[in-house]
Design a protein around this ligand. Structure first.
Ligand code: ADE
Length: 227
């Protein structure tokens, strides 16, 4: 899959996509992430991409032209399944949306900034508006990074053990069971005996019981959704 991210702050994201699983997925040819500096698409000699809003409102608004020119240049090269705009008033991003998007071929993510973007971009160019939570970030770059990370790691082969993406917390609307590694005992803190028993069926049952009780205690809303 290919994700094109349009941003006025590409340097903020470069390092993120050059590390760890994001870097490995790209090296393996599973995902291509391309960052585009919106300022490269403005015709303004000062490289401005925003202007004052009509109506005398406060704040600045991202203009249609550079966004349209950038998206049109990308679309001239290939088809896109979605043109996503990061916005606190968008549809809430969750594991299901990550799953759905990980099955797509090509995505554009436009990072929002300032007070917003000219409504005509939303009306004519954007196919999906996405929020990563009920809080306001200074810009959409972190939201784009969060989304790309959650999407790319779901591509088969992106993480070493495919099973581990399938057994993720949230993958089946349950929180994950607790997990332990060596040593068996540290400062008197012990690993539960059941995990050392070698009894696979009992361990599976324990894992399910733990997942259920943690979900009940910490995220009962997920259980209601499951019903
Ligand atoms: N831009 C600012 N806040 C955001 C949020 N919560 N989600 C997505 N994009 C945003």
């Amino acid at each position: 899959m290919r994700i094109d991210i349009i941003t006025i702050l590409p340097d903020m994201l470069t390092g993120f996509f050059e590390e760890s699983i994001m870097a490995r997925a790209q090296k393996k040819g599973l995902a291509e992430i391309h960052l585009h500096n919106l300022r490269d698409y403005t015709l303004d000699k000062w490289k401005r991409v925003d202007d004052y809003p009509y109506g005398g409102f406060a704040g600045m608004v991202m203009q249609c032209e550079p966004i349209d020119r950038c998206i049109s240049a990308l679309k001239a090269e290939r088809d896109y399944d979605e043109v996503i705009f990061t916005s606190p008033d968008g549809e809430k991003f969750d594991q299901k949306m990550a799953n759905d998007l990980s099955l797509k071929g090509n995505l554009i993510i436009l990072c929002g900034h300032y007070k917003g973007i000219d409504q005509r971009v939303r009306d004519h160019l954007i196919t999906k508006e996405v929020s990563i939570g009920d809080f306001v970030l200074t810009g959409g770059e972190l939201a784009a990074a969060v989304m790309a990370d959650a999407i790319v790691r779901l591509i088969p082969g992106a993480i070493s053990d495919e099973q581990s993406a399938l057994s993720d917390c949230f993958q089946d609307d349950l929180l994950a069971a607790p997990i332990y590694t060596r040593p068996r005992e540290y400062k008197g803190w012990k690993v539960p005996d059941i995990l050392l028993s070698g009894n696979e069926a009992k361990i599976k049952q324990w894992e399910m019981d733990q997942a259920l009780s943690r979900t009940k205690a910490l995220r009962p809303d997920l259980l209601k959704k499951k019903k």
